[in-house]
Design a protein. Structure first.
Lengths: 268, 276
């Protein structure tokens, strides 16, 4: 069964009067992971926003269909979108601090989302928030801390905890590890892989780094200027890239990255 | 024996009030050698870079650049050294390292005129520099705000090379660039190295440095915990933190292997007072 399906989705910029995403298609099954790779301006974030119903002003889905659990999302009312977000599809973005209120304890902010999204009472919402902190591998004392008391990696964990508060089936991670140190990035990617294994959460992983996406995903789309230049299983993209842009992304790792000096027997 | 190093840092300490940011760092760089300094947030890597170019005063230790002891230099001494242009610094964000009110041409002329070159020779040199970083002459009249990110970083690199420095400190020089510009910049750094310039390539990401550095130094909590030829450090890391760094760097081939090992290393570093 398909959880999330995009068919030939086109996104139109009403101000520039032009299409900025020219027909993106992919299907996401429960527990699967799709990766979208591209530079800034490639349309990867707009595609995510279309799935979440939060396209910026003047941008519209001008063609194709987005469906979630078999339901076409075109023409949903604002209330219907609100009901969908968080409970079926949720997202985390690059700068976690900007999604939290700096003057409220993070635990209360998670609990508030739990109350709004699941209708639990205060006491139960707090218990659930503590449970969520535990599931993103944060100690319970984090509940009583303010955002400025947490590192970037911990803040991103708090955002992931909030995103999965209402048990969504799809989590979109849009450059969610880009601003983090490499070791912290790996912790967050490991956490996402772990959530996927434990709960069957399906992932859409968006990154400018092909290696990040390769680490987590089964299928990869390579976007450039709103166009899918390559799409397929991760092994095919890595070992038989057809488009020159994909080859450039791979060459960067192969010629200048760790891949150049890493001896394979060490890895195995 | 190896030639006299362009840079020799010995037992360098830096304090910011009560914070001991750098705890006895040693680093040598030979002519034509590229040394990667890897460190994450709070490791002291930018402090090390800034101390080398005189932007931060060390509390103890020695820094020798091309034979001259610089750690004890005051303002005037540093200005004289900078005028000679022996050491240059390229920052991550090219927009903030170029004067927004100077055209590309003015920015590139400035270090040459300060050095005392006649205007005509300086203008000639500017054209050479543009060609080296493969920028079109049409861009000479533009302001930094009118350039793309990749073009801007090439201007900062050209500016750093204007005085034919023997040592260039690159602080996350490609982090803000897109893939095509990253590859172009890395290719260029290799050319520079091959031409005999010593490079210190500072990054939080071992993956982005491994392919260009002859040697790697790993900074962790203000100390260089491991140093050696790139291939050795990457394939036979001795320190747990180096192992975690390598296990964490996204790569195309080893991607799915190390999740459990990473968890063990994190636990080890946590119990040994490592990062939380």
């Amino acid at each position: 069964m398909t959880l999330l399906s995009l068919r030939d989705v086109r996104i139109h910029d009403g101000v520039g009067d032009r299409d900025v995403v020219h027909g993106i298609s992919f299907e996401l099954a429960p527990g699967a992971a799709v990766g979208i790779v591209g530079e800034s301006g490639s349309g990867k974030t707009l595609t995510c926003r279309a799935v979440l119903g939060i396209l910026p002003e003047h941008f519209t889905v001008a063609g194709g269909t987005v469906s979630l659990e078999g339901r076409d999302l075109a023409g949903l009312s604002a209330n219907e979108w609100t009901a969908l977000r968080g409970s079926t599809v949720a997202a985390v973005f690059q700068d976690p601090a900007s999604y939290l209120n700096p003057s409220l304890k993070v635990g209360n902010q998670i609990a508030e989302v739990v109350r709004v999204k699941t209708g639990l009472g205060r006491r139960a919402a707090k218990d659930r928030a503590l449970e969520l902190l535990d599931s993103v591998r944060l100690p319970a004392r984090v509940y009583g801390l303010y955002p400025h008391e947490l590192s970037g990696g911990m803040l991103q964990r708090v955002l992931i905890a909030t995103a999965i508060a209402a048990d969504p089936r799809v989590l979109i991670a849009d450059e969610a590890t880009t601003a983090l140190d490499v070791t912290v990035q790996a912790e967050i990617l490991d956490l996402l892989a772990d959530l996927r294994d434990r709960t069957g959460l399906a992932l859409v992983v968006v990154s400018h780094d092909l290696a990040v996406v390769a680490q987590l995903c089964d299928e990869v789309l390579v976007l450039r200027a709103g166009e899918t230049v390559e799409q397929g299983p991760v092994e095919q993209i890595l070992y038989e890239p057809r488009h020159e842009y994909t080859r450039l992304l791979i060459a960067e790792h192969a010629r200048y990255g760790l891949d150049r000096v890493l001896e394979l027997e060490h890895v195995a | 024996m190896s030639p006299e190093p362009v840079l020799a840092v010995t037992d360098l300490h830096v304090h910011y009030r009560r914070v001991h940011a750098l705890r006895g760092a040693d680093l040598t760089v030979a002519p034509g050698e590229t040394v990667g300094v890897i460190g994450e947030t709070g490791s002291g890597k930018s402090t090390l870079a800034r101390a080398i170019v005189g932007l931060v005063r060390p509390s103890a230790g020695r820094i020798t650049i091309a034979g001259q002891e610089v750690a004890g230099l005051r303002g005037g001494g540093w200005r004289a050294l900078r005028r000679r242009g022996v050491v240059q610094y390229v920052f991550q964000d090219p927009l903030r390292s170029l004067d927004p009110d100077l055209t590309v041409e003015e920015s590139l002329l400035e270090p040459l005129l300060i050095q005392g070159r006649p205007r005509r020779a300086a203008a000639e040199r500017v054209r050479e520099l543009l060609e080296r970083v493969r920028l079109d002459e049409d861009l000479l009249g533009r302001l930094p705000g009118e350039l793309s990110g990749g073009q801007r970083q090439r201007v900062t690199i050209a500016r750093a090379l204007a005085t034919e420095p023997r040592l260039v400190i690159l602080d996350e020089p490609v982090s803000a660039l897109d893939a095509a510009n990253r590859v172009r910049a890395l290719e260029f750094f290799q050319e520079l190295r091959d031409a005999g310039t010593a490079l210190v390539f500072i990054s939080h990401d071992l993956g982005s440095v491994a392919g260009v550095a002859d040697r790697i130094a790993v900074l962790f909590q203000g100390e260089i915990v491991e140093e050696g030829p790139t291939r050795e450090v990457v394939n036979a890391p001795r320190h747990a933190y180096t192992r975690l760094l390598i296990g964490s760097a996204p790569t195309l081939r080893s991607a799915r292997v190390a999740r459990a090992e990473r968890e063990e290393l994190r636990e080890l570093l946590r119990t040994n007072g490592g990062p939380a």
